[in-house]
Write a protein that binds this ligand. Structure first.
Ligand code: ZN
Length: 823
């Protein structure tokens, strides 16, 4: 299917003004398809001109333009040509559409816990034509009036306030002008918690089988929602414009959440069914605040074309962290950003696919999707923090308010945004913008202790002159012995205060993590870090050091064993939950299984498991610290007796007695070690016959090391077309967990033909994730790289699969290089 090009979009928005959209959906036609009727009222600036409407039906029943029936057979590649337009037009399209199983369009899921069906619309980025006929581009906004027929007993939610007008018939209030990609309808027997704040009706919804958990969790989520509304109202000086505010936790959702005005959708694993560590609550709080920021930035003012997607995401990413710190209990949100978000962005900078924050070409809509990554989010947010350091917070906030007021219900561009920043700050930002926003790459920052110099190494591939505002701190024996604020504008800057600073065991550039840079520790600090990190009193500086070490391992400048040894000393005394969670996951998920040679992996896992046992024994029972430690033990331990007990819900740590997901971690570990069989996993599944339970069972079966289990899992992954997006993810995640390379090696070859072929039935959004998870990155051998290169060179890959393979191959090369350097 051709993706809308920027040129086509530009031409169509020159030509058309959409004045209103009426959409009627019939969700009461069975489990496979739904009825869709749309009535588009639009003006044409050049009467007589020709354009096209986007629609992707199973069957197109009728297309009527200004009362004249068009030939439904004229549908080609998702487009129907509209000729002889008048100054004012009405287009009516009637079609039968397919529900999706890949999370794009109108997704339909069945909850095995009670057999109930749930439907939700996810129209980002170009899936709207899978639900209704429209001019699918972000700058043709229109008010929507949506009506829905649904089975009796279902609740219907959408962008406008929903009213049940008769049994099974719902009318949604006409909305303010919306872009096509954030129209949604959620329907099913959802359970609800309703509230109200400052005149805004609030609702939180999830599957009926999650009702108990929803009711337990809703209080915290509503509290964050209220606090965020208050904060944004005071900061922007513009009231929330979209009426009611519903947050719907939906099954099998590809992303974290989606900012549909008035009806945000979230992945429903955020309604915790078991124990939740504090960093998980922080992440959910952050997501709630992020989507709310989009109501202004993204929804009220939308980017004109997808090349400015960063404007939405960088801003929401920045604003959500700011809101957490200013308006919630999570005042350490920036520490979480360092270990959870920026680590993701730095990894993206190291791949060949890295790109500038802004100004990427995005010649068509699908190309833009490829740039929706750690650069758009984490680097973009870090760049905004540098912008604020550069022009001051007052100017930034004033500029944002002016931008939002000027373009309300319309669209903006990078040039518009920077224009408002320049006017508010009274300074030219041309050079700043060229270096920070329009040039890819990350500078390496280090300190030359002898001369007191801060050094900046600019990547040769992407020459730029980025100024950095940050601080450098020194730590010795559990105390901060100096902290020097610096702004560097050259590749070497001698800082007098640094030269005169007292000696320190550990010197940390960018200690407050204000800038975007790869931190390279000086040799004395690397030598000291395994024991010194544990004594650093400042958690933000510790987080920066952790990520510096992880980056250093990936770049081949730090021996992975240094990271393992540092973990052994520093992790047991770490008191930040985000750091605890993220570092243990980084070690167990990537560093140990790929950077260390197989012979040393057991030793390193043992270090992690021992640390976690130590923390679990010492932490207050039921505390979040005990929870993170218990999960880490369950992941890393080789103690079969312990794992079997935990899998069987015996002798579990306090607070986890009933926690099914905790039990599944132990089951997965046992399965990957070949210690349990399919019947065992099946038994656990019948005890937990839920969406989550079934996914966990799939992952555990796929993790089993036998040749039969691998053959079964591979067929289910690459050949069973009825598998949902989440089932594919679970199979792919489990598949590579077995540590016997001989069993999985054949699939390292098959990946390159079998997985790309799945694009025939799996949408790009879901496919990109599956292609990443299924990549044979654990087969750390030159042969894997060669096969990968051959596949990339052979063509025929979808953009999403290609991007996933490029990035995964680059990670594989990092591991190979590290093994070559350090053994
Ligand atoms: Zn977002």
């Amino acid at each position: 299917m051709p993706s809308l090009t920027r040129t086509e979009a530009h031409r169509r928005s020159e030509l058309l003004t959409v004045t209103s959209m009426a959409v009627d959906l019939d969700l009461d036609q069975g489990e496979q398809t739904f009825g869709s009727r749309s009535r588009i009222s639009f003006d044409c600036a050049e009467p007589g001109a020709t354009t096209f409407v986007d629609v992707l039906p199973v069957e197109l029943t009728a297309v009527v333009l200004n009362g004249r029936a068009l030939d439904a057979a004229a549908l080609v590649d998702g487009r129907v040509e509209l000729a002889d337009l008048e100054a004012t037009n009405v287009l009516e399209v009637e079609a039968t559409m397919a529900y999706s199983r890949d999370g794009q369009g109108l997704h339909r899921a069945v909850d095995p816990a009670d057999g109930e069906h749930y439907v939700y619309g996810h129209l980002f980025l170009d899936a709207a034509p899978r639900v209704f006929a429209c001019f699918d581009q972000p700058d043709l906004k229109a008010p929507y009036a949506v009506t829905v027929a649904a089975p009796e007993g279902w609740l219907v939610l959408g962008n406008g306030a929903a009213t049940k007008v008769s049994p099974g018939r719902w009318e949604l209030a006409q909305t303010r002008p919306l872009a096509t990609y954030f129209v949604t309808v959620c329907a099913g027997p959802y359970a609800s918690v309703l509230d109200e704040h400052d005149g805004i009706p609030l609702g939180i919804h999830a599957r009926a089988s999650l009702r108990t958990h929803l009711e337990r969790e809703a209080g915290q989520m509503l509290e964050v929602t209220r606090a965020s509304f208050d904060y944004y109202h005071s900061l922007f000086g513009i009231r929330y414009p979209f009426g009611e505010y519903h947050q719907v936790f939906v099954p099998e959702f590809n992303a974290g959440a989606m900012e549909n005005p008035g009806c945000v959708t979230f992945r429903d694993t955020m309604v915790f069914r078991g124990a939740a560590a504090r960093d998980e609550v922080l992440a959910r709080t952050n997501t709630i605040a992020h989507e709310m920021a989009h109501m202004w930035f993204g929804d009220l003012v939308t980017m004109q074309w997808w090349d400015d997607l960063w404007l939405n995401e960088s801003f929401a990413e920045y604003m959500a962290h700011r809101t957490c710190v200013a308006a919630t209990e999570f005042t350490d949100a920036w520490v979480d950003s360092t270990v959870a978000r920026k680590a993701w962005g730095y990894a993206a900078e190291r791949t060949p696919s890295t790109h500038p924050v802004a100004g990427s070409a995005a010649p068509d809509a699908q190309a833009a999707l490829q740039d929706f990554d750690g650069i758009s989010y984490a680097k973009g947010a870090a760049t905004l923090r540098q912008l604020i350091a550069h022009i001051g917070d007052d100017a930034f906030i004033a500029g944002v308010g002016d931008y939002l007021r000027r373009h309300s219900y319309g669209n903006g561009t990078l040039a518009d945004f920077m224009g408002f920043m320049e006017r508010a700050s009274g300074q030219s930002l041309t050079d700043w913008s060229a270096a920070w926003l329009l040039t890819a790459g990350v500078d390496v920052i280090s300190v030359d202790r002898a001369d007191g110099a801060v050094e900046r190494t600019v990547p040769a591939r992407f020459p730029a002159d980025r100024p950095h505002t940050m601080d450098v701190a020194g730590f010795t024996g559990g105390a901060e012995v100096f902290r020097v604020p610096v702004t560097i504008t050259a590749d070497r800057t001698v800082v007098e205060a640094l030269r005169d600073a007292p000696a320190a065991d550990l010197v940390v550039p960018n200690a407050a993590d204000l800038t975007w840079a790869t931190v390279t520790l000086d040799p004395e600090s690397v030598a000291a870090v395994p024991t010194a990190l544990a004594t650093v009193p400042d958690v933000q500086a510790r987080a920066v050091v952790w990520i510096a070490l992880v980056d250093g391992v990936c770049l081949g400048t730090v021996d992975p064993r240094v990271l393992v040894r540092t973990f052994g000393h520093a992790w047991p005394v770490e008191d930040n939950d985000s750091v605890l969670s993220r570092t243990s996951l980084a070690l167990l998920g990537r560093i140990i299984p790929t950077f260390l040679p197989p012979a040393e992996q057991g030793w390193a896992e043992g270090v992690v498991a021992a640390c976690a046992e130590q923390v679990l024994a010492a932490a207050p029972p039921g505390s979040t610290r005990a929870l993170v430690a218990a999960r880490t033990v369950a992941r890393a331990s080789s103690d079969e007796t312990l794992l079997r007990a935990w899998a069987a819900a015996k002798d579990r740590p306090a607070g986890l007695e009933e926690d099914s997901d905790f039990g599944w971690i132990a089951v997965r570990n046992l399965a990957a070690r070949g210690l349990v069989d399919e019947d065992f996993v099946e038994g656990r599944r019948s005890d937990d016959d839920t969406l989550q339970g079934r996914l966990n069972a799939l992952m555990a079966r796929a993790a089993m090391p036998s040749a039969d289990a691998k053959a079964w899992a591979w067929t289910e992954l690459t050949d069973n077309r009825s598998r949902s997006n989440y089932e594919l993810n679970a199979l792919a995640q489990g598949f590579w967990l077995a540590d016997d390379l001989a069993v999985v090696r054949p699939y390292a070859e098959r990946y390159f033909t079998d997985v790309p072929a799945m694009t025939e039935w799996v949408g790009e959004d879901a496919m990109a994730r599956v292609a990443t998870l299924a990549y044979p990155g654990r087969v750390v051998e030159e042969a894997t790289v060669e096969r990968s290169e051959a596949a990339l060179g052979g063509g025929g890959l979808s953009a999403g699969v290609r991007r996933s393979m490029v990035d995964a191959e680059s990670q594989l090369r990092e591991a190979l290089r590290s093994r070559a350097i350090f053994g």
